[in-house]
Design a protein around this ligand. Structure first.
Ligand code: PLP
Length: 453
């Protein structure tokens, strides 16, 4: 190995020099000056190690280019707007429900100024952090009381901690599920200090399995919606009405409904009010799935229980801030007035002619032979109707490139487009595109397909 040349090392630029270049300067607004400085330092360090390993000085230009590459890669980890062409409307990896633009604008003043988040305008004194969320939500689902927390996982955990700690909670073996990354019912139960009593089997749990497990220490029966899968074939479980009516007065019936379906319009989905009407004392669900609000969790049901939950110290840990309160009030008002449909409903009610129109618009300018319209399906996602597929149309892209390579190229567009591979071909589902994104998608695709690829 060659000895590191001292003169090569001394030619390495100083960080401050690199930061003065226009190229690196332009990243300050997107990454901050200190972060760009750190990336520049790492680049210089890497060059130093190479020189010490015997390589020649790479040249100042090369070092700037390498630093810029680090900036670009780091900036891609920032949270970005992107185009969801996956055909899964509420995609946990893609931020679930988009917030309506109307709601977003209406909430601006509250968020950019001061607000009465915890101030009673009537009395001029400290007030409760709840606004009219409980009023709106209880009207939407027909409950006595309602409480909003940071997410549904927090909701379930609060219920278990406040009402079942040191006691027994009966759960069917068919409902000991994992939802998304890291929300596992048995683990959440263990963390809360409640004792899980498992009943039944994966496919069959009967009413008698539940009632036989009841004892002096039973605090509640927990039913969990199987959000992301269905067990088919030889299956049975009691209806919630049967189960709820078979429980002693001091045992609570709690349902983790998950998706937050509040209307009866999603096939294969039971609504929150269905569970309440069937005898559930408490139901918890997410605010950013079918409901279409910002990220939040809701607990609805008996007012007395809601009060107990609201007073529990963990409620202080799980309380949302003004951004969520303001956006959620807007979302709930839109649901109640039926002015803006929630994203899932908008997709399910999308006329087929509109999908065809989208397809035509996108295909019109694209180089011929590179893309065609094909039939496909769309799913609601977000822990709702895991088995249901609804008709949709997709653009299928032709490429000499391998499909994985094309998916990568689509992710490198601005805005990135997230497609899927079906039967070895890249498809972009038209149902999950937002109408206002169509033009951007068209331009991005044109750029990609007319280009060198
Ligand atoms: C989505 C879901 C959760 C988790 O909700 P978060 O809002 O993501 O915390 C829990 N239970 C069920 C049944 C779900 O569908």
């Amino acid at each position: 190995m060659k000895k590191p040349s001292q003169s090569s090392l001394s030619r390495l630029p100083q960080i401050e020099r690199l930061l003065e270049t226009d190229e690196l300067n332009s990243w300050f607004s997107r990454l901050s000056r200190p972060l760009v400085a750190r990336l520049a330092a790492e680049t210089i360090e890497e060059a130093r190690e190479r020189i010490q390993g015997g390589e020649a000085f790479p040249g100042a230009e090369t070092i700037v280019r390498a630093a810029l590459k680090r900036c670009r890669e780091t900036a891609r980890r920032r949270i970005h707007h992107l185009i969801n062409a996956t055909g899964v409307m509420l995609h946990t990896n893609l931020g679930r429900a988009p917030i309506s633009r109307t709601a977003w604008h209406s909430a601006e003043a509250v968020n950019t100024g001061f607000s009465n988040l915890e101030f009673d305008l009537q009395t001029g004194k400290r007030g409760k952090r709840k606004g009219i969320i409980p009023d709106l939500l209880s009207l939407l689902v027909g409950s006595e009381g309602a409480l909003m927390v940071n997410n549904n996982a927090a909701g379930v955990f609060l219920i278990l901690s406040a009402l079942a700690k040191g006691k027994e909670v009966i759960v069917s073996r068919g409902e000991q599920v994992q939802i998304g990354g890291g929300f596992r019912i048995p683990e959440i139960l263990a963390q809360s200090g409640a004792q899980m009593v498992e009943v039944g089997t994966t496919n069959i749990t009967r009413l008698e399995d539940y009632t036989a497990a009841l004892g002096a220490d039973t605090a509640m029966v927990l039913m969990v919606h199987s959000s992301n899968f269905r067990i088919r074939g030889f299956t049975a479980r009691p209806s919630i009405r049967e189960l709820a009516s078979s429980l002693p007065d001091d045992v609570l019936m709690v349902v983790d409904q998950g998706s937050g379906t509040t209307t009866e319009r999603i096939p294969g989905e039971q609504s929150v009010s269905h569970y309440l009407n069937s005898g559930a004392h408490l139901v918890s669900f997410s605010g950013d799935k079918v409901l279409g609000g910002p990220q939040a969790g809701f607990i609805v049901g008996k007012e007395e229980l809601i009060q107990t939950l609201a007073r529990h110290p963990l409620n202080r840990v799980f309380r949302p801030g003004k951004t969520i309160f303001s956006l959620m009030e807007e979302a709930l008002i839109a649901r109640l007035n039926r002015t803006v449909p929630p994203p899932v409903e908008a997709v399910l009610n999308l006329p087929f002619a509109e999908l065809q129109e989208r397809g035509k618009t996108l295909l019109s300018d694209l180089p011929s032979g590179r893309a065609r319209l094909v039939e496909s399906t769309v799913t609601t996602g977000g822990g709702s109707a895991p088995d249901e597929r609804f008709p949709s149309l997709s653009i299928e892209l032709e490429s000499a490139e391998r499909p994985q390579g094309l998916l990568t190229a689509l992710r490198e567009l601005d805005p990135p487009i997230i497609g899927i591979i079906v039967d070895g071909k890249v498809q972009l589902n038209l149902a999950t595109l937002l109408a206002e994104e169509l033009q951007a998608v068209k331009e991005a695709l044109n750029q990609l397909l007319s280009g060198k690829s």
